[in-house]
Design a protein around this ligand. Structure first.
Ligand code: ADP
Ligand code: MG
Length: 140
């Protein structure tokens, strides 16, 4: 999917949010400035959380947003060493929430129930947003 603005990228996240359940993990891949945080803002909005709460968690590592259909944990692994990523215990953290992870390439192993979102720069300030791994069977 090609998006032409931050709000269009957020809208893709908003649509994805409708399909998410407790324990789901959204892995975000893409360079600095690709739009990962914008996408998470859309996820929040789609879950019924105030998107203004979502900021870049580069310094806090894990932020938790409430007030929506499901809690949202927002993680940014950018500044972490592999050992520190292990110590976060993300599996347990996310059991009762949706977890969105920026810089997911730093995870030691892929999470179960994961949806991958890849955002890359396209010409003229556009972005190519690829979402994969959404469950197709709603009963699963
Ligand atoms: P990341 O979290 O990947 O580092 P951010 O979401 O914080 O990226 O920032 C993305 C930046 O790119 C914002 O300044 C946003 O306005 C800009 N931008 C321009 N075009 C787009 C687009 N199509 N989708 C997302 N962001 C865009
Ligand atoms: Mg970010």
């Amino acid at each position: 999917m090609i998006t032409h603005s931050e709000s269009e990228t957020a809208a893709v996240g908003r649509d994805l949010a409708a399909q998410l359940q407790t324990g789901d993990v959204v892995l975000l891949f893409g360079d600095l400035g690709a739009g990962k945080t914008a996408f998470v803002r859309g996820l929040a909005e789609g879950l019924g959380i105030d998107p203004a709460e979502v900021s870049s968690p580069t310094f806090t590592i894990v932020q938790e947003y409430h007030g929506g259909r499901l809690p949202l944990l927002h993680v940014d692994l950018y500044r972490l060493e592999p050992k520190e990523v292990d110590d976060l215990g993300l599996d347990e953290l996310g059991e009762d929430a949706v977890v969105a992870i920026e810089w997911a390439e730093r995870l030691p192993m892929p999470a179960s129930h994961a949806v991958s979102v890849r955002i890359s720069h396209a010409p003229a300030d556009a972005r190519e947003v690829t979402v994969s791994g959404i469950r197709t069977d709603p009963a699963e």
